[in-house]
Design a protein around this ligand. Structure first.
Ligand code: ZN
Ligand code: ZN
Length: 241
């Protein structure tokens, strides 16, 4: 099974989960060209996509969807009602994958997805101001997780964003900070976590180095022998598990 990052950050998000040539796309905040390039980089094409799952209606997650829907006949689902997709409740089976939605805490209705094939599963959890109970339940015991590590708190506090936007990002319906992510990953290390992919990094209030250092630092203090592989969700990153 593979997790393939097409794009991740404040401006565009899309990730692919693949198993034996069958793939599903989570979010489509990229152009069709970027999606095709990202798939080709992993030896895949649009025809390998069995379904698209959307987390929420913010443009960094859906802006490529109308063009994709015209270019390819792929079913589009979401566990939140956003009008553009077929709505489903909690879990479904599609293209050989079992997909379970879990609730995130954001300023619009938002979910993450746990995608499983047999014994293997990956969770994608971004755009949440706090770690919800259902998020924790889905993530714990997963071998590979893609978790939001949006901002460094000091960079955000001292940065140029207006006070209202800073407050929104830091609120319980905003985004997870590096420190939130570090605590969560350290906890998940006790459940057999192998790969932590730090996602949705802010271009203005974070750096990959800071994000990785915070989670690696917490792991070395709280779970020193866990051996968790920490990466940031750079476009083109492929994790095999
Ligand atoms: Zn987002
Ligand atoms: Zn969002």
């Amino acid at each position: 099974m593979r997790l393939i990052v097409i794009a991740s950050g404040s401006s565009a998000n899309a990730a692919v989960v693949e198993n034996n040539g069958a793939a599903v796309l989570v979010d489509c905040g990229v152009t069709l060209r970027t999606l095709k390039c990202g798939l080709a980089n992993a030896g895949l094409s649009l025809s390998d996509l069995r379904a698209v799952f959307i987390t929420h209606r913010h443009s960094d997650h859906i802006k490529g969807l109308p063009v994709l829907a015209r270019a390819a006949d792929i079913p589009i689902y979401s566990a939140v009602d956003i009008g553009l997709c077929t709505h489903f409740e909690d879990r479904m089976t599609q293209g050989g994958f079992e997909v379970q939605a879990f609730e995130c805490s954001h300023d619009v209705p938002c979910v993450g997805y746990k995608i499983s094939c047999g014994e293997k599963s990956v969770c994608i959890a971004t755009d949440s101001g706090t770690v919800t109970q259902s998020m924790l339940q889905a993530l714990y015991g997963c071998e590979t997780v893609m978790i939001e590590s949006n901002h460094d708190i000091d960079m955000l506090k001292n940065g140029f964003y207006p006070a209202r936007l800073k407050a929104r990002i830091m609120s319980s319906r905003g985004h997870l900070s590096n420190s939130d992510c570090a605590k969560l990953v350290s906890y998940l290390a006790g459940g057999g976590l192998r790969n932590a992919v730090l996602a949705h990094l802010s271009e203005n209030n974070n750096t990959p180095l800071l994000a990785r250092a915070e989670t690696q630092g917490a792991l070395s203090r709280l779970a020193p022998d866990s051996g968790v592989n920490v990466r940031h969700a750079d476009a083109g990153l492929i994790i095999e598990f």
